[in-house]
Write a protein that binds this ligand. Sequence first.
Ligand SMILES: Cc1cc2nc3c(=O)[nH]c(=O)nc-3n(C[C@H](O)[C@H](O)[C@H](O)COP(=O)(O)O)c2cc1C
Length: 177
Amino acid sequence: MLKSLPLSEVYRLLEPGPVVLVATADKNKDNVMAMSWYTMMEFEPPLIGCVISGNDHTFDILKKTKECVIAVPTLGIAKKVVKAGNTSGRDIDKFKEIGFTAAKASRVKAPLVEECYANIECKMSDASLVGKYNFFILKAVKAWIDPKAKNPQTLHHLGKGIFMTSGKTVKIASKMK
Ligand SMILES: Cc1cc2nc3c(=O)[nH]c(=O)nc-3n(C[C@H](O)[C@H](O)[C@H](O)COP(=O)(O)O)c2cc1C
């Protein structure tokens, strides 16, 4: 027998990829926040749609600078990721206080996050849905990966402080590239 699920819980079923960090820079002040509401929209150039709340400092900086870095963390820095998602760059210097290392990106002023196994430099592609849905469509312009990271254990948000971590991979023949 199925039970009714509050609509507010739907996101917990459909949470997309791993929790990521969004790094921005405003007048040389770097900031970083956690994000899990995003989706791939195109293969090449890669387009990434992201919902970033209008209350977040990142919203203001991304709207203004039109660029950011999306960094993919792993289980080893999970507590730092949650802290980046529970504090605001308006109040603290998150790179310094939480302990992330900023590295220079090549195509954007926002920093790479050295502790993350993948970093994607992004520029604003379309801001037409920002006013209505806080939905930013970003274009990846450069991507970096740590070649030493084999089977990185990513974090997947289930809500209410619960996370799933990636584990076993399976290979299934598929037409998808
Ligand atoms: C696991 C996790 C996932 C989150 N996902 C999002 C998200 O997708 N969009 C969003 O606007 N905020 C999200 N947040 C909340 C922001 O990270 C949080 O509001 C943060 O304090 C904003 O920082 P800022 O003010 O420095 O930009 C998430 C927080 C956590 C802990």
